[in-house]
Design a protein around this ligand. Sequence first.
Ligand code: NAD
Length: 384
Amino acid sequence: MDATDSRRQFLRQAGLGAAMAALAGPGAAAASLAQPLTAAMQNNDKKKLGWAIVGLGKFATEEIMPNFKDCQHSRLVALVSGSPDKAKKLAQEYGLQEKNIYSYQNFDSIKDNPEVDVVYIILPNSMHAEYTIRAAQAGKHVLCEKPMATSVEDCQKMIDASKKAGKQLMIAYRCQYEPFNLNAIERIRKGELGKIRFITSDHGRLVKPTEDKADTWRVQKKLAGGGSLMDIGIYSLNAARYFTGEEPVEVTAQISSDPNDPRFKEVEDNVAFTLRFPSGVLASCTSSYSYETVKRGRIFGDKGWLDLDPLSDYDKHNMKIGKQDGKEEPQLKEGNQFAAEMDHLSECIMQNKTPRTPGEEGLRDVRYIMAIYESARKGKAIKV
Ligand code: NAD
C-alpha cells in the first residue's frame, strides 16, 4: 500500500469520505474535515488497546501521557524508563501497576506482557531504530516519534523488523491528525485556492541546551542526527508534501550556522531549502534553532492563499484565507491531535489496516532530509 492509499484509508476510517474523494483531485465533493476525528470513529470497536511509553521525557510526560484521557481506543498500561523513581511516581499518578514498569535493560521481556499491544517510542532520535526493532521483535505494534531515525538504512531496518513480526509501524506525524491541517488539505483538494503555485513554511525556535534538559541531546549529533532540520524543519517538509499530495523531485538547500556559537559545534542551525514538485509547485522552507518561535505555513494558489500560523502548535491554530474579494478567518474547532493520532493506530491495528503515516512515510522524509544536507554540502540541486 502506498502513501496515497494509506491516506485514503485513514480518511475512510475517520468517516471523512468526501475528503477522501478530494484526494482523487481538485473539484471533488467535500465534507468538513474540521470535525473531531474521535467523534467520527465512534461507531467502531469500543475496545481499548494497551500502550507502553518508552522514554519519560518532556514530550512524553507533558503532551502524550495526559492526552490518553481523550482516547477512545487507547489506554496507557506500561512505562519504560531508565529512571525507576520517575517511572514509579508516574505509574502511581496514572494508576498503572508496578509490574508494568520496565527498564531499558529488561524492555525485551515486554513480549510476555499481554496487556501491552502498542509501544510508543519517545526517545532521542538516534535511539528510535533500536527500540522500534526491539519492540517489533517482542511482538508489539509501534508508534515512533519523528524523525523516524537518523539514517535511511535505520528506517528500512525498522520497516523490515515490523513487517517480519507482522506488526504495524506508524510514525507520529501529529499534524496529519490535526483538524486545521486536515481542513487546509481538504480546501486545497477541492480547488478552493485554484492551482497551487507555491508553498512557504518556516519552523524555528531558540534551542537552549544549558537551560532545558530536553535540548541537551538536540545539539549532539550522535543522539539527534542533525539540528533544526531533523527536529522541526521536518514539519515544513512533511506539510509541503501533504499540502501538494506530491513527492518532490529535486531539492536545493543552504545551511548557515555561527561557528562561534557552542550550540552549533555538532549540529546545524539555519537551513533554507526548496523542494520542487512534479506539478511545478515550489516549496520554500526554513528551519532554525536561533530565531524566536515560528511554526507557520502558507499555500499560494491562483485563486487565493491560505495561511496556517501556527501550523504545528500543540493546541492553538489559526487559519486565514485571502482571495480577490477579501479575507476570511475560518473559525475551526481545535481537536486533540495526540488522542486522534494514537486512536488512529489502535483502530488500524484492530481493523488490520495500514495507518495514514506508516514507516514508509517516515523513511521518505529522512531520505529528503539527507538530500537537503547533501545539497547544502555540495552547493547544487539534488534529484530525489
Ligand atoms: P527529552 O529529552 O525530554 O526526552 C527524552 C527521554 O529519553 C528522556 O526521558 C531521557 O531520559 C531518555 N533517554 C534515554 N536515553 C537517553 C540518552 N542516551 N540521552 C538522552 N536521553 C535519553 O526529549 P523530548 O523533547 O521529549 O523528545 C523525545 C522525542 O520526541 C524526540 O524524538 C523528539 O523529536 C520527539 N518530539 C516530538 C514532538 C512532536 O510534537 N511530535 C515534540 C517534542 C519531541
